[in-house]
Ligand binder design. Sequence first.
Ligand code: NAP
Ligand code: GFB
Length: 327
Amino acid sequence: MSTVILVTGGSGLVGQAIKHVIENEPVGSRFGKKENETWIFASSSEGDLRDPAQTRKLFDKYKPTHVIHLAALVGGLFRNMKYKLTFFRENMVINDNVLHAAYETKAQKVISCLSTCVFPDKVEYPLDENKIHLGLPHDSNFGYAHSKRMVDIQNHAYKEEFGCNFTSAIPTNVFGPYDNYDLEDAHVIPALIHKCYLAKKNNTPFVVAGSGKPLRQFIYSRDLAKLFIWQLREYDDVEPVILSVGEDEEVSIKEVADAIVEAMDFKGNYTFDTSRADGQFRKPASNKKLLSLIGGFEFTPFKPALAESVKWFLDNYDTARTGIKKQ
Ligand code: NAP
Ligand code: GFB
């Protein structure tokens, strides 16, 4: 029986990481491609998923048996703070179109992608899968966070009414090759990699936004990719799974900036702009459920993963998503 896996958002940071793993891991291995599998990595040029007709057309074209649904309007703290309604509406529409097309075309399984920012801001730490709906998310991204929480609600409703095998993953902050490096819209790591690169090139100060004190857990995109492949093959439950490094792997934004300065060999002036927002102070997520199910997983240590990501950016600056018009 042939298996067709459609990865929506296949051209983005996480999508490209899954593509890298499927193309480079040994065929037949735990995280490698299986003989009977066809993998489709779709970008928005193959269909705007905000449009139900284009979404249905994509599903009719590929007839996926399985879906890893990554496509979304995505961005860092400052983009989220600026466009809360747009993040809510666009992601609500994209998720509803994809889940309903999957239901109508009888896909056997869908894994949707949430984020640890869905968790309540004020709740007992560490965050775990049972705490998603126990209070309001942080104010800085409530639009995006609520749209993602609704996917968990939709998954349970599709299961109860139609018996669908729809589930979700909850990654922590992700970084790696093929990220979005737009100076205003990006997440902290790609934004600071780009800012440090420009500071070195133009001999200007490297300015980090905020106090540098907030704490985050970061997972390397190619590790996350393997965990999505595991969930696709070995996890059949509607309840979400946090896909993250351990809660003891939290690092401060200052430690992140220091590591980027080191990886970029930057010797210039390096300051913090405390007039800019810090956002949520921390969102420590437990990966106990994941490790209890997958039986142990070797995460790439932060610094070598960051060095690989910086090297990819420097090698691909001309084609990367920098938000800067290229000559
Ligand atoms: P990304 O790099 O910005 O990629 C977004 C992907 O979605 C691209 O392939 C994009 O296609 C596609 N897309 C966007 N709008 C679309 C539309 N209207 N129709 C069709 N496709 C559309 O994002 P990412 O960081 O890989 O995020 C992937 C998933 O992980 C998202 O669901 C996100 O919420 C989740 N997540 C990300 C992080 C993180 O730190 N990055 C953390 C937790 C969860 P084009 O390339 O054609 O624009
Ligand atoms: O990755 P980030 O933008 O988002 O990280 P969140 C924000 C932290 O990095 C804040 C600091 O404490 C910022 O003050 N920071 C320092 C910077 N310099 C910069 C910079 O140049 N750009 C950015 N972006 N931050 C997001 C959610 O929250 O996490 C999204 O808003 C999503 O919805 C994402 O869930 C994974 O971790 O604060």
